[in-house]
Design a protein around this ligand. Structure first.
Ligand SMILES: CSC[C@H]1O[C@@H](n2cnc3c(O)ncnc32)[C@H](O)[C@@H]1O
Ligand SMILES: [Zn+2]
Length: 429
């Protein structure tokens, strides 16, 4: 199968300036990028005039099925929100609910230009089924809380997910192990997970230092910061690690993360809405730590549109430093693409438009009042564009949305399913 995107503006997300050209996709890969590629034997030609072709966004931290809890409970502190609202609702979620919730998030992600995501949640087999069907790329993790003895059930589910799904769906699905956080995972089970991750060569996906309360709790329990806790367990030297949040880090903590494989998913909209604080994004980057972008679940962030994260990320750093030159447009866009791809351990696979990489890309329609005139494309995309400007979304060489029509998700049925399920799950809570 050959798809030729003609006469478009190519933004690779590497350092070169945007340029006019064609993009040839052969099967699942980008085969050529240059002006005037002959269209003789293309199976499909997409006219890219007035569009920007860019790598699809990589959402580095999601709880996809939490879309079922969108706008269910807002304006609460993290622990009140989790304990009083989210956990009771999650206890009612069936595997089928998770399947439909994940699909709802995927519809929103495809519509807003995300092609890959990292997900930590429960009933992940159903999320994998939805990913296989819908055609996105995902790194899936069974989130594990070890606050009471479950006879190894969560760990078995995590390993079962790995055995069944790692490398499946034409290689679009990869897996990680997911101890939820320092405050829900005591040292012994955490160490067990780290040993397994090292043995099975799997990355670890966890939350870190999201709130000040977490810092106080870990100090009371272990006389350490949350980052010291993970460091002293040996996590950073043993495997690739994806750390969500990392808002409350000391200078010393940042030093402990330096040199780690993997890095940090910054989730600025969730952090803003839950009043968590501003992550030391530039401080981490100065130490060479990879910082990508994620939304967190729609239950906290309310949307999973990466354009919102890009805006929030850059504006927060400008505000924090009182300096508008900080975290400029291209760097914020790179966080959402190339840097997040590194966090998913897919550095050589996706995240930039390059010949030989997987064909995960989007076309953004510039013929919109808020995207004219086109003085500077990077500024337009980072500061003016939104998810609804995405015209076409392609993953692994397959078109998932063309002209804003979803091709692998039937939305009428989806909306019917999620509204009934969301009502049942949340009733009376
Ligand atoms: C055990 S699966 C993952 C678990 O994480 C919960 N969660 C959602 N958002 C957050 C957040 O911002 N911080 C910590 N934990 C979060 C989710 O509800 C699941 O229970
Ligand atoms: Zn999270």
């Amino acid at each position: 199968m050959k798809i030729l995107i003609k006469d478009t503006t190519v933004l690779t997300m590497n350092s070169e300036a945007p340029f006019r050209g064609d993009i040839l996709i052969e099967d699942d890969r980008i085969a050529d990028i240059r002006p005037d590629i002959p269209d003789a034997d293309a199976d499909e030609i997409i006219q890219g005039t007035d569009m920007v072709a860019a790598p699809g966004f990589v959402n580095a931290h999601q709880h996809t099925a939490m879309s079922l809890l969108r706008a269910f409970s807002d304006d609460l502190k993290l622990m009140d929100w989790l304990d009083k609202k989210v956990l009771p609702a999650e206890a009612r979620m069936t595997p089928e609910d998770i399947y439909w919730g994940a699909k709802l998030s995927m519809a929103e992600m495809i519509r807003s230009g995300t092609t890959a995501f990292a997900d930590m949640y429960i009933h992940m087999n159903e999320v994998a089924c939805a990913v296989e069907e819908v055609g996105m790329r995902a790194s899936l993790t069974r989130g594990m809380v070890f606050l009471e003895d479950d006879g190894g059930r969560r760990m078995n589910e995590a390993l079962d997910l790995v055995a069944r799904w790692n490398g499946q769906a034409e290689g679009r699905i990869t897996t990680m192990l997911g101890p939820h956080s320092p405050y829900t995972c005591p040292p012994e089970p955490f160490k067990e997970v780290i040993a397994l991750a090292e043995k099975l060569n799997l990355p670890v996906h966890t939350h870190l230092a999201e709130t000040k309360e977490e810092v106080v709790t870990i100090r009371e329990r272990y006389n350490q910061t949350p980052a010291e806790y993970l460091y002293n367990l040996g996590l950073f030297e043993r495997t690739h690690v994806l750390l969500a949040h990392s808002v409350h880090l000391t200078r010393k903590d940042i030093g402990l993360l330096k040199g780690m494989k993997g890095g940090v998913s910054h989730n600025p909209v969730s952090n803003l809405k839950l009043g968590c604080g501003i992550a030391p994004v530039l401080g981490m980057m100065e130490q060479g730590i990879t910082v990508g972008l994620g939304t967190d679940g729609a239950g906290s962030a309310t949307t999973v549109d990466m354009f919102e994260e890009i805006k929030a990320a850059t504006w927060l750093q400008k505000l924090d430093y009182g300096d508008p030159t900080r975290l400029p447009a291209l760097q914020a866009l790179q966080m959402a693409t190339r840097e997040s791809a590194k966090l998913l351990n897919l550095r050589d696979v996706i995240g930039t438009l390059e010949v030989g990489k997987k064909a995960d890309l989007i076309l953004i329609d510039l013929k919109k009042p808020h995207l004219q005139p086109a003085h500077n494309l990077e500024s337009l995309l980072a500061y003016s564009a939104n998810g609804a400007d995405v015209d076409t979304t392609i993953v692994n060489g397959k078109v998932l949305m063309r002209g804003r029509q979803l091709l692998t998700i039937e939305e009428e049925e989806l909306f019917k399913q999620v509204s009934a399920r969301a009502k049942r799950i949340t009733e009376g809570i």
